[in-house]
Design a protein around this ligand. Structure first.
Ligand code: MG
Length: 166
């Protein structure tokens, strides 16, 4: 697998609400793994906005499973029925792997959605599941992330160009 391929998400989105949930579920993809910071809420936030909650609820109402896998510190977030995995250590994501195997969730059922190529998208590539990249909700983030963002900025146009040529 080439470097470009390992860094290219399958789907580019402005935000999580752009996901075609119904279409994905029809294709048998019913396990939605979301990053938290800057994907579902601003960095270090402790709550999910009502419209994003409604969106997650709509996944659950269609029979989908919502897993929130974050590298961040544990927080008390109100979201009924969602599974929270904190300090997952993406991209290796040992905790997430363990959870998926405990629940015998087949990789063909999973999509990973996140705002970062080097954590979220790469996790998906390692797990060999579908990946979607969203734009970060805010520009505030961990200083290490800001460094990776610079690299993302450089490589994204190339990745997108390749996507368009497919
Ligand atoms: Mg994030």
């Amino acid at each position: 697998m080439g470097v470009r391929k390992i860094l290219s998400p399958d789907i580019w989105l402005d935000n999580v609400k752009g996901l075609h949930v119904e279409h994905l579920i029809k294709r048998g993809i019913d396990v939605f793994v979301f990053d938290f910071d800057n994907t579902l809420a601003p960095w270090r936030s402790c709550e999910i906005s009502d419209d994003v909650k409604r969106f997650l609820k709509s996944i659950q109402n269609r029979g989908g499973i919502v897993i929130i896998a974050s590298n961040g510190k544990p927080r008390n977030i109100e979201m009924n029925g969602a599974v929270f995995l904190w300090r997952t250590g993406k991209p290796l994501a040992v905790k997430l792997r363990r959870y998926l195997s405990q629940k015998s969730i087949d990789r063909n059922r999973i999509i990973i959605v996140g705002d970062q190529i080097f954590t979220d998208v790469l996790t998906g590539k390692f797990l060999k599941v579908l990946t979607a990249k969203v734009k970060p909700i805010s520009t505030k983030e961990f200083f290490g992330t800001r460094f990776l963002r610079l690299i993302e900025k450089v490589i994204e146009p190339t990745l997108k160009k390749e996507e368009a040529e497919k």
